[in-house]
Design a protein around this ligand. Structure first.
Ligand code: GLA
Length: 388
C-alpha cells in the first residue's frame, strides 16, 4: 500500500532511520543508497516511504544567523539537494532535532529556536521531524516544548510529520496527543538483543488504548536484520537476534500499531530479513485504516499467568480480526484462544476462517477455539474472517 495520498499521520509511519546501525557514521552517499534500495528491493512498493537522518548530522555550532548547519564533510551537497534526490524517487525525507539545548549526541538542539528551525526544515524539503528529549532545561515543561515545535511545524508552510521522542517520560500519554505529535516514543531505546525487544513489547501490552490515528505509539525503530551490526556498543555490536526472534519482533510491532522504521543496513539485507520486513500480510494489519490498538487476552488455564505468553487481537476495518499468538518464553507452548473472548459466542452461528500470515495459507474453518502450538520465542499470526 502507498500512503502518499493519506492525510499526514493517519496511519503508523513506515520508513528507515539511520540511528540503529550507523549512529554518528552518516553521510549523503549512504542516504542516497538507502533511497535507491527502497526502490530496487521493493521497500517503497511495500509502503515504506520516510528516509530519516537521526542525530549527528549538523555542525556543533549554529551559524551567525542562528541557523543549524549541515556538516559539510558528511553532506557536501547540502540537505536541500538530498531532499530533492529522495523526493525524485517518490519517497519522503526525515530529519532529527531535540527539545533541549543539545541533542542526545551533543549537537545543537532546537530549544528557543523552534520556529527558526521549523522554517529551515521546510525550506530544505523535510517531511518528517524526530524530536528528542535530551538536555531539556529542568524547569521547562517538555509538554510545552512539544506543543511549541508542533505549532512551529504546522505553520512552516510544509506538511511535516512530527515524531515526538520523550521515551514515555513525564506522563506522555496524558498530553502527547493534544500536543499535535503524530507519533510518540513510549519506550526507552531499543537494543539489538532479545531481552530488550521482549521487555519493550511487554511494557506496552497495556497501552493499546493510547494509540490510534494521528498519534501512534512508537515502540522504537526495528532491529530486524541487524544481527549485531550496529557500530554502537549500546545498541548491540555483537549477537543480534535469531530470524525467529526478528519475526516475532516485527509481528509485535505490526499488530500493536507501532510505526515501522527499519533500522538495519538495507544495502546488505539478506533474504530472511526481506521476507520479514516485506511481509505484506503483516504490513496490512499494521496499516489497517482504522488504526485500532490491539487488546491482550491471557490464555486459559490460569497456570498460563505469565506476561511471556499472550494473544493480541486487533479489530480490522472490514470486520476481520488480526490475532497474534505470542510465546516469548523459553519453551514450546500450546496457546488456546476461545473465540468467546473476542466477542464471538458459539450461539451466533459464526465460525472463524483462519489465514496464516507467515505461512501465507488458509488454515481452515474453526468453531469456538483455535490452539496453535508455538515454539519458544516464536509467534503465529492469523487473519480471521467470520463465516456461517
Ligand atoms: C535518543 C533516542 C534515540 C536516538 C538517539 C540519538 O537516545 O531515543 O532513538 O535518536 O537519542 O542520539
Amino acid at each position: 500500500m502507498n500512503n502518499n495520498q493519506m492525510p499526514l499521520g493517519l496511519l503508523p509511519a513506515m520508513g528507515w532511520n539511520s540511528w540503529n546501525t550507523f549512529t554518528w557514521d552518516i553521510n549523503e552517499g549512504l542516504i542516497r543508497d538507502v533511497a535507491d534500495r527502497f526502490i530496487s528491493e521493493g521497500y517503497k512498493d511495500a509502503g515504506y516511504e520516510y528516509i530519516v537522518i537521526d542525530d549527528c548530522w549538523s555542525l556543533k555550532e549554529r551559524d551567525a544567523e542562528g541557523n543549524l548547519v549541515a556538516d559539510p564533510e558528511k553532506f557536501p551537497s547540502g540537505m536541500k539537494a538530498l531532499a530533492d534526490y529522495i523526493h525524485a524517487k517518490g519517497l519522503k525525507f526525515g530529519m532529527y532535532s531535540c527539545v533541549g539545548t543539545h541533542t542526545c549526541a551533543g549537537y545543537p538542539g532546537s530549544f528557543e529556536h523552534e520556529f527558526q528551525d521549523a522554517r529551515l526544515f521546510a525550506e530544505w524539503g523535510v517531511d518528517f521531524l524526530k524530536y528528542d528529549y535530551c538536555f531539556k532545561p529542568r524547569n521547562v515543561s517538555g509538554e510545552l516544548l512539544y506543543k511549541r515545535m508542533s505549532l512551529a511545524l504546522k505553520n512552516s508552510g510544509r506538511d511535516i510529520l512530527f515524531s515526538a521522542c520523550n521515551w514515555g517520560f513525564d506522563n506522555t500519554y496524558q498530553w502527547v496527543r493534544d500536543s499535535g505529535a503524530h507519533m510518540y516514543r513510549s519506550t526507552e531505546d531499543i537494543r539489538d538483543n532479545w531481552d530488550t525487544v521482549k521487555s519493550l513489547a511487554i511494557s506496552q501490552l497495556d497501552k493499546g488504548c493510547y494509540t490510534g490515528s494521528f498519534c501512534h505509539n512508537d515502540m522504537d525503530m526495528l532491529v530486524v536484520g541487524m544481527y549485531g551490526g550496529s557500530n554502537n556498543d549500546f545498541i548491540g555490536r555483537i549477537g543480534g537476534l535469531s530470524d525467529t526472534q526478528y519475526k516475532t519482533h516485527f509481528s509485535l510491532w505490526c499488530i500493536m500499531g507501532s510505526p515501522l522504521m527499519i533500522g538495519c543496513d538495507v544495502r546488505s539485507a539478506n533474504q530472511a530479513t526481506k521476507d520479514i520486513l516485506l511481509n505484506s500480510d503483516l504490513i496490512a494489519i499494521n496499516q489497517d485504516l482504522e488504526a485500532r490498538g490491539a487488546y491482550r487476552i491471557k490464555p486459559e488455564p490460569q497456570w498460563f499467568h505469565t506476561d511471556e505468553i499472550f494473544m493480541l487481537v486487533k479489530t480490522l476495518t472490514n470486520g476481520d480480526l488480526a490475532i497474534g499468538f505470542f510465546n516469548l518464553s523459553d519453551g514450546q507452548r500450546e496457546i488456546p484462544m476461545l473465540f468467546w473472548d473476542m466477542g464471538l459466542p458459539y450461539a451466533s452461528g459464526y465460525s472463524l476462517s483462519l489465514y496464516d500470515c507467515w505461512e501465507h495459507k488458509e488454515l481452515g474453518v474453526f468453531k469456538e477455539r483455535f490452539a496453535p502450538t508455538v515454539p519458544a520465542h516464536d509467534c503465529v499470526i492469523v487473519r480471521a474472517k467470520l463465516v456461517k
